[in-house]
Design a protein around this ligand. Structure first.
Ligand code: HEC
Length: 175
């Protein structure tokens, strides 16, 4: 039965080609998967990066605080009010976006140490009571450092930074 035989060998060839292409496709998908695996590996890393770093947020808080202090010292009401608003917004952002960090209840610590010293500054600033605002700002900076100690970061000691302008910015009021 040569016809059957040749038929079956043709079938065999077809089957082998089919098998090989399935194998090839599979190899391809495996390489793709491996590549995807890499991007998947990047996934979690990226997700971690997407969680804001507390140190970055603190750095922003520090910058705004310092600019606020310089504007306050220059008795520039408009600018000091603007930067203090940013200080407050940064602190609120930390509470909302980084409520926990390294096992510390950051949101609770912020409410405990930071919140009580914010209003007094806002109040005296609104009244343009420069002397009082300056004193309350020092209290606020003390609160920053108290929280650093409470969260095992007492080595980060911030200061108001009055009369230390490292910025390429003039803080004096407009004429
Ligand atoms: C919830 C308590 C808490 C309060 C309130 C707080 N901090 Fe922090 N701060 C931390 C912790 C915790 C770290 C360490 C973050 C880390 O390990 O990434 C930190 C780190 C920092 C750093 C180091 C990061 C950097 O960019 O150099 C600075 C500066 C800083 N804080 C400034 C401030 C200032 C200014 C204030 C007040 C306006 C303040 N912090 C209020 C808890 C606090």
């Amino acid at each position: 039965m040569p016809a059957f035989e040749s038929g079956s060998s043709r079938l065999l060839v077809i089957a082998s080609v089919f098998f090989l292409s399935v194998l090839a496709i599979q190899c391809n998908t495996q390489t793709e998967n491996a590549q995807e695996g890499q991007t998947e590996n990047e996934g979690p890393t990226k997700a971690i990066e997407d969680v804001p770093e507390l140190a970055d947020a603190m750095g922003q808080l520090q910058t705004y605080l310092h600019k606020y202090a310089l504007a306050l010292e220059a008795e520039n009401h408009e600018l000091a009010t603007f930067y203090f608003h940013e200080v407050r917004a940064s602190a609120d952002g930390i509470k909302e976006n980084i409520p926990g960090y390294e096992g510390y209840d950051i949101a609770r610590f912020m409410r405990l140490f930071f919140d009580p010293v914010v209003e007094p500054v806002e109040e005296s600033l609104a009244n343009r009571n420069w002397k009082e605002t300056r004193a309350r700002t020092i209290e606020l900076v003390d609160a920053c450092n108290t929280c650093h100690s409470a969260t095992n970061h007492g080595f980060v000691q911030v200061t108001p930074g009055f009369s230390k302008n490292p910025f390429n910015q003039d803080f004096s009021p407009r004429e």
